[in-house]
Design a protein around this ligand. Structure first.
Ligand SMILES: [Zn+2]
Ligand SMILES: [Zn+2]
Length: 397
């Protein structure tokens, strides 16, 4: 499906350079044998693809609403962004004792390693002035950290890892309001609070046009500073992986978020690239006009600290029937639109798989629109899309 414009993309695509820059030790998996080329039901030139995708590029207003980092001033490297309030999840009907026998580590599906579980709750008056209050993104409990990123109280996090949808959690058959089904060693925070942020430092942006279309997906882990970039994959419009690396977070990791990120502690331990390295690599092939495709791409651009305007977001391409802030999950979109499952392996998400999923969703939309136009002019024309999980990572999942 995705191999629809390989010959023309190759001329503008620095895949070779990106591949040479990649260090073998940064690869999560050994290089897989090249998959057989997928069927190409309908070819489209890269110019045609770029033109078709341009109609889906978000405008600034949409980007602002969706929480993308925007430039504080034209051409500025400082970012501003609006973070909307997270939708509340139903809370447990009672508070529980973290020292109760059922909280003994080992008997639970813990996301992270063992730790010290005895906690000594403090009253508010004990809190030092030099602490920051955060809200846990998993269980929504408030917790405090020092400005150096130390937990004031060591307390485990009990939560439902699934989405809350249609009155139930997707992780377990429990009744709403019951205690979480998963226990992790620490509470974690997102790194951003609801509201306006900025001007923020550390952001980069392209300075000159380079053309091209890429799909991008980043995986994050939780550090003492919130969500940080831990892994990234960039896929060209023909489905080739042009960039893939693990990233060493700047702050100490609290939770590898393995269930979602697919990143295991031993993976990240051998990561050598920093965010700054990755930003430099990305700007080696992403220009001001380069179209970046992703699903809820604002999260990726936030952790990448990349200000970019030519973005196509499959969340906006396939909106939720109830509109924003509701979004359709990548997983359900893939099942509905592509007829394939992603993110169902035990190893968590693969950024290559997720980037290809976003790419294929965008390509299907483009093909559907072309087919629609052709049907309007030639009634007898009927286009059938053949999609298959050609990626060995997908087939293995
Ligand atoms: Zn659950
Ligand atoms: Zn928590």
């Amino acid at each position: 499906m995705a191999a629809t414009c390989d010959e023309s993309i190759a001329a503008v695509d620095p895949a070779g350079a990106a591949a040479r820059r990649r260090r073998p030790r940064d690869r999560r998996r050994p290089p897989a044998p090249s998959p057989p080329p997928p069927p190409t039901p309908q070819r489209i030139s890269s110019e045609e693809l770029e033109e078709a995708l341009r109609h889906h590029i978000l405008d600034r207003e949409q980007m602002f609403q969706m929480g993308y980092p925007l430039d504080a001033d034209p051409h500025s490297n400082k970012a501003v962004m609006y973070v909307s309030k997270r939708p509340r999840r139903p809370q447990p009907l009672y508070t529980w004792d973290v020292n109760a026998p059922e909280f003994v580590p080992g008997g639970s599906q813990s996301d992270s390693g063992r730790g010290s579980w005895g906690s000594t709750p403090r009253s508010d008056s004990d809190e030092e002035a030099d602490t920051v209050k955060h809200e846990c993104v998993r269980c929504e409990k408030p917790f405090r950290m020092t400005r150096d990123g130390e937990y004031l109280v060591e307390e485990s996090c009990t939560y439902h890892w699934g989405r809350f949808t249609d009155g139930r959690y997707t992780c377990c058959p429990t009744v709403v309001g019951s205690r979480g089904c998963t226990v992790a060693r620490n509470h974690v925070w997102s790194g951003t609070k609801a509201g306006m942020h900025g001007p923020l430092d550390g952001y980069v942006r392209a300075r000159s046009p380079r053309g091209g279309v890429y799909a991008i997906d980043a995986e994050m882990c939780y550090t003492t500073a919130g969500m940080e970039l831990a892994s990234i994959a960039v896929v060209a419009a023909d489905g080739r992986t042009v960039y893939k690396t693990l990233v060493k977070p700047n702050s100490p990791v609290v939770d590898h978020n393995t269930r979602f990120s697919g990143i295991r502690p031993r993976d990240l331990a051998r990561a050598t690239k920093t965010l700054r390295d990755v930003q430099n690599d990305i700007l080696g092939f992403v220009g001001t006009d380069t179209i970046l495709i992703g699903h809820a791409l604002e999260n990726d651009l936030r952790v990448l600290k990349l200000i970019h305007f030519a973005v196509v977001d499959t969340c906006a391409m396939y909106p939720h029937p109830r509109g924003l802030p509701m979004r359709r999950a990548l997983r359900t979109l893939c099942e509905d639109v592509l007829g394939r499952s992603v993110q169902c392996g035990g190893g968590g998400h693969s950024p290559v798989e997720d980037a290809r999923a976003a790419l294929d969703l965008a390509l299907v939309k483009v093909h559907q629109e072309r087919a629609q136009r052709m049907r309007l002019t030639h009634h007898h024309h009927h286009h059938v899309l053949h999609l298959q999980p050609y990626d060995p990572l997908v087939s293995a999942a």
